[in-house]
Write a protein that binds this ligand. Structure first.
Ligand code: EPU
Length: 345
């Protein structure tokens, strides 16, 4: 072993997942130097790809992870290029996401403000292509650095990452890559994105007239999230537990004829529509529901919550019953947004 990494045995993961589920890792390797990954892989990984743990904000431990778990701890942020307007910054995977957003804004770089207060790390952001209030992180990604098992360290341009709604190459092939750092394209002069009605209303409530600056947009987003989403530091959760389902346009139109209030948006093409999973779940009466310590948030129907000591299996069981009831009532399949570890969805 060297300063590049350390191995912990039978490590508790309770404080390393935002659901606060009491899972354990037989072997947890903390890696401080991502450049040493090829050597560490040869020495420590064996045959199977290890599970990569970031901020633990987008996974549900329905059981203990099989095999080795790794966590990248490097937290450096550097400016790669700066032409006076456009800036490329590079952040290590272990940097806390919200801290990065706030530090870029402080330096006058715009682009990440709509993504303020999302839990998790920089390394996890491209995997599920985090998004909120009209912006997805892929809109700001310049390149992703990763270790590819069996190949080595590589750098993928944005186009190579195959980003889609809450999806990417890294999510589709979880055993292939370990994201080690992300480069972001930001700008000192970019126009703010305020097309999301909730953000505009919040800015108005803050008394902001005219074009807001990036810090004001971030503040509006932070206020919205604090009001609408439960704080994982207070009650265990992983944000939206379900993706908004994308269905054929004809199916969406039939549903809307029966349920005029069902919110829907353009899907990935004009032939599809994205439906509001929160509305569907709410309509089935689940908001605020609680079975022991497993529950559905009373603030937002899309958020599965752990009121204290729910096990991962209890949370998964509740989520599956929610999905079944939506399937039965609306004929729409819901899929989890977080990664479910240790059990099948
Ligand atoms: N709604 C309900 N009941 C609720 C909550 C919402 O009926 O309890 C309806 C409302 O009509 C509302 C609509 O659902 O207008 C949409 O709600 P919201 O604006 O909160 O957005 P969302 O589609 O539920 C998505 C993301 C969030 C992101 C928000 C804002 C997904 C799976 N979720 O939620 O992301 O913050 O938009 O952009 O795409 C996350 O991924 O963890 C996450 C929180």
């Amino acid at each position: 072993m060297s300063a590049a990494y350390r191995v912990l045995r039978d490590a508790s993961l309770r404080t390393r997942n935002t659901f606060g589920v009491d899972a354990r890792a037989a072997r947890l390797i903390e890696i401080a130097d991502a450049n040493a990954l090829p050597d560490i892989a040869a020495a420590e990984f064996g045959d199977g790809a290890p599970m990569v743990l970031g901020g633990g904000s987008n996974l549900l431990f329905a059981g203990d992870p099989a095999g080795t778990v790794i966590a990248l701890t490097a937290r450096q942020v550097i400016v790669v290029s700066d032409d006076g307007d456009n800036v490329v910054i590079r952040a290590d995977a272990g940097v806390e996401w919200h801290a990065l957003v706030m530090s870029t804004l402080k330096q006058g770089y715009r682009g990440l403000e709509n993504l303020a207060l999302i839990p998790g790390t920089v390394g996890a952001a491209p995997i599920q292509n985090i998004g909120a209030y009209g912006v997805e992180v892929c809109d700001r990604i310049h390149a992703v650095e990763a270790f590819e098992h069996g190949v080595g360290l590589s750098r993928l341009d944005r186009e190579d990452c195959r980003f889609a709604y809450r999806d990417s190459l890294f999510k589709r092939e979880p055993d292939r890559y370990v994201v080690t750092a992300v480069e972001f394209s930001l700008s000192r002069n970019a126009a703010p994105h305020v097309e999301y009605a909730g953000v505009r209303d919040e800015l108005a409530a803050m008394g902001v007239d005219g074009v807001p600056d990036a810090a004001q947009v971030a503040e509006a987003v932070i206020r919205l999230r604090r009001r609408k989403l439960p704080d994982p530091a207070v009650i265990g959760n992983a944000g939206s537990f379900f993706k908004n389902p994308i269905v054929p346009r004809a199916q969406a139109e039939t549903l809307q004829a029966e349920h005029a209030a069902l919110p829907m948006f353009r899907g990935d093409s004009d032939a599809t529509r994205k439906l509001s999973a929160a509305w569907l779940i709410d309509a089935c009466g689940w908001k605020g529901h609680r079975d022991g310590d497993a529950g559905i948030s009373d603030k937002h129907a899309l958020v599965l919550v752990n009121h204290g000591n729910a096990s991962g299996m209890q949370l998964l069981d509740l989520a599956q019953r929610v999905a079944e009831s939506v399937q039965k009532r609306f004929g729409v399949a819901l899929e989890p947004e977080p990664r479910v570890v240790g059990a099948k969805w």
